[in-house]
Ligand binder design. Structure first.
Ligand code: ADP
Length: 216
């Protein structure tokens, strides 16, 4: 369980607050807009009306006591930058800031953000990979080069084991799990024999995974 200070109760902030609470975390939500705070008050642990760019207000929040501070202000980049810097100045241990553009991400990181999330870009890229490739059913980016993918079992692998196909040595990917009928079976052993009815959850370099995903 973490204690989280969440600034900004727009759509993104609310979704994040809801999920954080559902996962058992404590959330103090802050917004400059009274109506947004009132709408969220029953959903979060505590909520306050205030301006996250105001030094006295931010100091009063006891920023050091939170495991995580999230700046979820979307449109107003100036405010988002000021709030991020202020939180860090007040001793925040971890600040996650939301960016709406590449250039914003860069400035947020330079001004105190420990990590930046760029939801539109990340979601757009994920969906482009997922829906733009017949052989990739899902995709979670880890770095620019590495990701976790869900791909079909190549036909030539069906009936053979992971060991026989030398998946790691020849294809440079790791099989994290197999999936069938929506059920996940994690960490198959070397003797595991591939079936045509399943898909594979694999981790690897995007080029290596694409090569395997296109194999017959
Ligand atoms: P979304 O795309 O998630 O709906 P918005 O930009 O509409 O994002 O929402 C951001 C929220 O952040 C709004 O509810 C707004 O009132 C709040 N906000 C903006 N500036 C500040 C600030 N200085 N202090 C606290 N909350 C702020």
């Amino acid at each position: 369980m973490k204690s989280v200070l969440l600034i900004g109760l727009g759509r993104f902030g609310r979704h994040m607050a809801e999920r954080l609470i559902a996962e058992g975390n404590e959330v103090l939500a802050v917004d400059i807009n009274e109506e947004r705070v009132n709408d969220a008050i029953d959903m979060v642990t505590d909520a306050q009306i205030g301006d996250a760019t105001n030094e006295h207000f931010v100091e009063s929040l006891g920023v050091r006591n939170f495991d995580l501070c999230v700046v979820a202000i979307g449109d107003n980049f100036q405010s988002s930058l000021e709030a991020t810097a202020l939180l860090k100045d007040c001793g925040a241990s971890m600040v996650l800031a939301r960016a709406n553009r590449d250039v914003h991400a860069k400035f947020l990181l330079r001004n105190g953000a420990d990590d930046v999330v760029y939801p539109e870009k990340e979601m757009a890229q994920r969906l482009a990979v997922k829906y733009g490739n017949d052989n990739i059913f899902d995709y979670i980016k880890l770095t620019d080069e590495y990701a976790i993918y869900e791909i079909p079992v190549p036909q030539s692998w069906v009936g053979s084991s992971i060991l026989e196909k030398e998946v790691r040595r020849k294809h440079h990917i790791s099989i994290l799990a197999t999936k069938e009928d929506g059920k996940m079976f994690p960490l198959p052993g070397a003797e595991y024999v591939f079936k045509s009815t399943e898909t594979l959850i694999v981790m690897g370099h995007f080029q290596d995974v694409r090569t395997v995903a296109k194999m017959k």
